[in-house]
Ligand binder design. Sequence first.
Ligand SMILES: *Cc1c(COP(=O)(O)O)cnc(C)c1O
Length: 355
Amino acid sequence: MKKHNFNAGPSILPQIAIENTAKAVIDFNGSGLSIMEISHRSKDFEPVINEAVELFKELLEIPAGYSVLFLGGGASLQFCMVPFNFLEKKAAYLNTGTWASKALKEAKLFGEAVEVASSKPANFNYIPKDYSIPTDADYFHVTTNNTIFGTELHTDIDSPVPLIADMSSDIFSRPVDVSKYAMIYGGAQKNLAPAGVTFVIVKDELLGKVSRAIPTMLDYRTHIKDGSMFNTPPVLPIFTALETLRWLKSLGGLKEMQKRNQAKADLLYGEIDRNKLFKGTAAVEDRSLMNICFVMNEQYQELESEFQAFASSKGMVGLKGHRSVGGFRASCYNALPIESVQALVDCMKEFEQKY
Ligand SMILES: *Cc1c(COP(=O)(O)O)cnc(C)c1O
């Protein structure tokens, strides 16, 4: 049966990226060797990482003065690397979910870290808007898409201090004005590549301003200087990332991607709002295009596991909501075709008919 992959992460990748990775695992570039058994410094791999960096710059229209890095450690290591490299006296954080809370917790190890606003009392079902960013902060940190709670910052905000964003789960889903950010980072396993590589886009001139000593591996300048080759980078996930970036470009880039993501989200939220059995959990104006969270309406609560089983029988995968929200979460990343969203909508309609 055809599977519809709504996994939250690691998650769906473009079929062409998977197929080309499979080929490269057997025989990379006709070299007679697997991509897994060549040197990261070989003349065959160098063009891979270089093209991946170039496509990051091209697709996101990254201005001059920024570096693109491919690192290990996941987005979670960035929670600590960011304050290590940028926090001298004070940092400001917008607390919009589990990942934002974890980022804030790490910053507190390095100095004063203020939470400018938090939607925690409402179980993070919206993004706070009335807050002021302290102008004496070294940076302001936001999570643009809250993977667990299904809320998203749909615009690039203005910040009086350097803006740093965790874009793990919405990178490449829409055009971004990179010039507004000091740094953008994320784990690749939501919208770009298999787990194992972390991307960092950082404005070079903002580095080197803190007085503490930074361990070599945790200093962004180390990785800028060595082109992400200070140590062995995650070769295979970088290869797949390149294939995903080529796919994005071939489809027409990020404007086209945003159009497709909007169409998918409109289709599914439309059905959630129409169907008497279901309701959305996130504030309407903050609804994520990437992670669409919904629950059974009050009077139909007892049907939750039945719908879960019904959807599974129709080939839906990964719909179970995160335990902190419950219900369902349909992750509709770039690679998810609208046909899968339509299949889920059909499934919700069919289930409604029974009641
Ligand atoms: C998944 C996720 C993370 C954690 O990423 P790791 O690579 O597993 O450390 C951080 N932030 C956001 C927004 C995420 O979705």
